[in-house]
Design a binder for this molecule. Structure first.
Ligand SMILES: [Zn+2]
Length: 640
């Protein structure tokens, strides 16, 4: 009730001072000469998210910025005069259709908790809060109760949660921070981390990588960093398509909002191209470093925590940005190499470009990343980066059919950051994984697979690990299967389907500390492979009227397990099946038309229904007839 009251008061205030939300336009600016570039600079337009072509750029401007552009004398074209109206006019799905799409997406991406919100497919602020509560309700052992880490300018809570094993305890594990919605019109930033939170919760205990990170990290999430701006967009455009970016600071001159990602206190206001001193601009940096409650809250949150790495999610540009933002340089060695190696790993599947802000877009000063990394007095440095999710074509309000794919393409990126290679030293108290994992089954055990391994004998730091101190955890095709005491070094998985392949992951868990090793894998087919090995050593002794073939019957399937069900050997002449031989015969006499050379090969066939036939063995050619003084190749169609 109190919160509702605050929202109403806040909305009333802003409506009084500013009856209509400002109009945002998609604008093409012609930049084809150095003079044009200079004119753009002199127009004091600090651009955000633009699409650059050789002779022009496309960007989003508010009315105030458009007026500056008009005065600059630059050539430009307004492509979409009112982006919000354009979005509203192009909504392509009814709520019922969205529901169907949501179900399809959940099935395709194998997620159950994450779904669509009511604002163009995106969760509203209240819906995000409801999701946090739902996560806690369903996964109380993995996620903490939401905690307010401070209030926005208009009195809304900035909520944070922690995902870890024992989520209600600070276990001193390395801390990782994920934030979204610095900029209110970038809802995919929020969707990407909420999706990732569900990914962690739903895959814990079955996916060894997720299990390892949840057990060995404390992952913090602040999904809505700028609630006032985000709620403002909801109020002006409840179906999505609101383009408000900044917070809702009344600047006192008829303009509103400070760009929170220009307001942090490291090299704040370094120059006027990385942020704007002009309150009407979208990149207005505020009256002072940390002038805004929202950035103060994040500053204080970082100062009382020991975050090692962080991601501040934005949209869009398909890039991953690391410091520095305020100048075109990287942090000093060895941190520059650590950032680059991390970014290489993180972007290897989504192929986002990576680099510093100037390399990729434009300089940015007063950014979260520069402060989180650069401030090393009040806290330790945080290896903090900014993914800009989605392409120019996705824009700020991607079609709902893009929400799941854009979130999914950043799951690996999020996981790799949390691993923190080069930043977080491997926990030396983690155990080593089991060695030489192997799975085996043959025809004598058609419905079971025997798994064997060699137990570890030490932790990563070399301390001894005794059999009574650990278990080997086994999962089958992603689901937990068994917990086997140290010393056993084997497990029989039964009740399986003959002929089906099964994949196993094994890792070591130390009973006292709950710490786990990396996972190692093995896979096998129940009953062994059903496919016989090809017969070997086919040879041919020709005569004037016959080809006498001989070979060795196979004794194994292709995976090396014994072959118990050989039914016959198929004989092929010039690719045509001409006969068969019983097991053990190991010879066959063919009497083909004389005077020709023939190609023979053979295969092994078992007695299953349908039968399994091996690949062909070696091919022999054989001339049948008198005086082979010339060679004739006879094609398959000439024989029958
Ligand atoms: Zn942004």
């Amino acid at each position: 009730m109190l919160l509702t009251g605050i929202i109403l008061i806040a909305a009333g205030q802003s409506l009084q001072a500013q009856p209509q939300p400002p109009k945002y336009s998609e604008v093409k600016i012609w930049i084809s000469s150095p003079a044009d570039a200079q004119a753009l600079q002199q127009a004091n337009l600090v651009l955000d998210h633009f699409h650059a072509a050789p002779d022009h750029i496309e960007t989003v401007l508010n009315e105030y910025e458009l007026a500056k552009l008009q005065q600059s004398g630059l050539g430009y074209e307004v492509l979409i005069p009112d982006l919000s109206a354009h979005y509203e006019a192009n909504i392509r799905r009814t709520p019922a259709e969205l529901k169907i799409l949501e179900k399809e997406m959940q099935e395709q991406y194998n997620v159950s908790g994450f779904g669509f919100g009511s604002m163009g497919g995106y969760y509203t602020f209240d819906e995000v809060v409801a999701q946090l509560d739902s996560m806690r309700l369903n996964y109380p052992n993995l996620i903490s109760q939401r905690e307010s880490i401070g209030l926005s300018l208009q009195g809304r809570d900035l909520w944070a949660v922690r995902i870890s094993d024992n989520p209600d305890l600070n276990e001193g594990e390395p801390e990782i921070l994920y934030t979204a919605l610095h900029h209110a019109r970038e809802p995919q930033s929020m969707a990407t981390i909420v999706y990732f939170m569900y990914y962690l919760l739903e895959n814990y205990g079955t996916n060894p990588d997720v299990t390892y990170l949840v057990n060995n990290r404390e992952l913090y999430f602040v999904p809505v960093l700028n609630p006032d701006g985000y709620v403002y967009n909801q109020q002006t455009n409840p179906n999505g398509g609101g383009y408000w970016r900044k917070n809702r600071r009344n600047n006192g001159n008829g303009t509103f909002g400070v760009d929170l990602n220009r307001n942090y206190g490291f090299q704040w206001g370094y120059d006027n191209s990385g942020s704007s001193p002009d309150p009407g601009d979208e990149t207005y940096r505020g009256t002072a470093a940390f002038s805004e409650p929202e950035t103060q809250v994040i500053r204080d949150f970082c100062n009382v925590h020991t975050f090692k790495l962080g991601l501040n999610y934005h949209s869009y540009q398909n890039i991953l940005i690391y410091p520095w933002g305020y100048i075109n340089a990287l942090p000093p060695a060895p941190d520059d190499g650590i950032f680059i190696a991390l970014a290489e790993d993180m972007t290897q599947f989504n192929n986002y470009d990576h680099g510093n802000s100037t390399q990729l877009l434009y300089p940015v000063n007063g950014s979260s990343d520069d402060w989180m990394y650069g401030e090393q007095t009040t806290k330790d440095k945080i290896f903090s980066m900014t993914p800009e999710v989605g392409s120019f074509f996705d824009g700020f309000w991607p079609d709902p059919n893009r929400i799941f794919p854009l979130a999914e393409e950043n799951v690996y990126l999020n996981m790799a950051l949390a691993r923190g290679e080069g930043v977080i030293t491997a926990d030396s108290l983690d155990p080593l994984p089991p060695a030489n994992p192997a799975a085996y089954s043959d025809y004598t055990t058609p419905t079971s697979i025997q798994i064997n391994w060699i137990d570890p004998t030490s932790l990563a730091n070399g301390d001894p690990l005794l059999p009574g101190e650990f278990t080997i955890e086994i999962s089958r095709d992603g689901s937990p299967l068994a917990s086997v005491n140290g010393g056993m070094q084997g497990y029989t998985d039964s009740g399986l389907n003959d002929g089906q392949e099964y994949n196993y992951d094994l890792y070591t868990r130390v009973t006292a500390t709950d710490s786990i090793s990396e996972a190692v894998g093995a896979s096998w087919i129940a009953g062994g492979s059903p496919v016989p090995t090809a017969p070997a050593g086919l040879s041919c002794i020709p005569s004037t009227s016959q080809a006498m073939l001989s070979w060795s019957d196979p004794t194994t399937q292709i995976d090396g397990t014994p072959l118990d069900d050989l039914d016959h050997i198929n004989i092929y002449r010039n690719g045509i099946l001409i006969g068969s031989a019983a097991p053990g015969a190991e010879s066959y006499t063919d009497t083909p038309p004389q005077g020709f050379t023939y190609d023979y090969y053979i295969t092994a066939v078992d007695n299953e229904n349908p039968p399994n036939e091996s690949a062909p063995g070696n091919t022999v050619n054989c001339f049948v007839g008198d005086t082979p003084n010339f060679m004739v190749w006879v094609g398959p169609d000439a024989t029958g």
